[in-house]
Design a protein around this ligand. Structure first.
Ligand code: HEM
Length: 213
């Protein structure tokens, strides 16, 4: 037990925790994105999907506890790593070095992380902790995105999410030791596909709902 705690407390252990929790969060985003696609099929399809999801309540609660734990570990360990790197300047320099070069995604990591946390808190109060008996969730989304300011705010937030994922995805492979020069072009291409899939996939829905409002 002590040995495991020692490994998790080490620098490599913390990076591993970031990779595992990051992968879990990317998995959640992929499922969320698939759910959002239902909105393109119209109100009935999306509200039906949301009702089905909520009918699985006991499982949904377990899922949400798991998701919150992943998020919390990712934030706490990320914050510890950030301050450790601030203290040890040479390590900090090294952290932002990768064979792919210093990218906007890599050096904005802590800031995009904080902004995503703020977005998620805000987003939960906008769409999750709301009275759904007032209007079904599709209608609440349509009413929100009929306002171009909401659309702009969500699109900017999705650019930030995409930026964070662009480096996180890359970093995940580095941590797991998959950094052979032979695989680099493939990992970089995959990273680009994932970044654009999330950025455009999420960002397009508010624009679509605004256009059809
Ligand atoms: C344009 C983009 C997005 C839209 C339109 C959207 C829409 C929604 C809606 C309507 C719900 C409530 C579903 C329900 O309770 O029936 C929801 C829940 C949620 N969203 Fe999003 N979302 C977007 C992007 C994101 C992103 C990028 C994240 C994370 C970074 C995120 C995190 C969450 C979380 C954590 C929940 C609560 C999940 C649960 O209760 O099980 N969303 N979203």
């Amino acid at each position: 037990m002590n040995r495991y705690l020692f490994i998790l407390g080490s620098s490599v252990g913390k990076k591993l925790l970031m990779a595992v929790t990051g992968l879990g969060l990317i998995g959640f985003l992929a499922v969320h994105l698939l759910g959002n696609v239902m909105a393109f099929a119209g109100a009935e399809a999306f509200n039906g999907y949301a009702a089905k999801l909520h009918s699985l309540q006991p499982y949904l609660t377990v899922f949400n506890i798991g998701l919150a734990t992943l998020g919390l570990v990712h934030i706490v360990v990320g914050t510890i790593l950030f301050f450790e790197n601030l203290k040890a300047r040479p390590t900090r320099y090294k952290m932002y070095q990768n064979p792919g070069g210093r990218t906007i995604g890599s050096y904005t990591m802590p800031y995009t992380g904080v902004l995503i946390l703020l977005f998620v808190i805000f987003h939960l109060f906008k769409f999750t902790f709301v009275d759904k008996t007032v209007a079904p969730i599709y209608q609440q989304m349509s009413a929100t995105f009929a306002n171009p300011l909401w659309v702009l705010m969500y699109v900017v937030a999705m650019v930030i999410v995409a930026l964070h994922i662009s480096h996180g995805f890359w970093s995940l492979f580095q941590t797991c030791g998959v950094n052979h020069p032979r695989y680099m072009p493939l990992i970089m291409a995959l990273g680009l596909v994932v970044t654009f899939a999330f950025g455009i996939g999420f960002g397009i829905l508010p624009i679509y709902l605004w256009l059809i409002a």
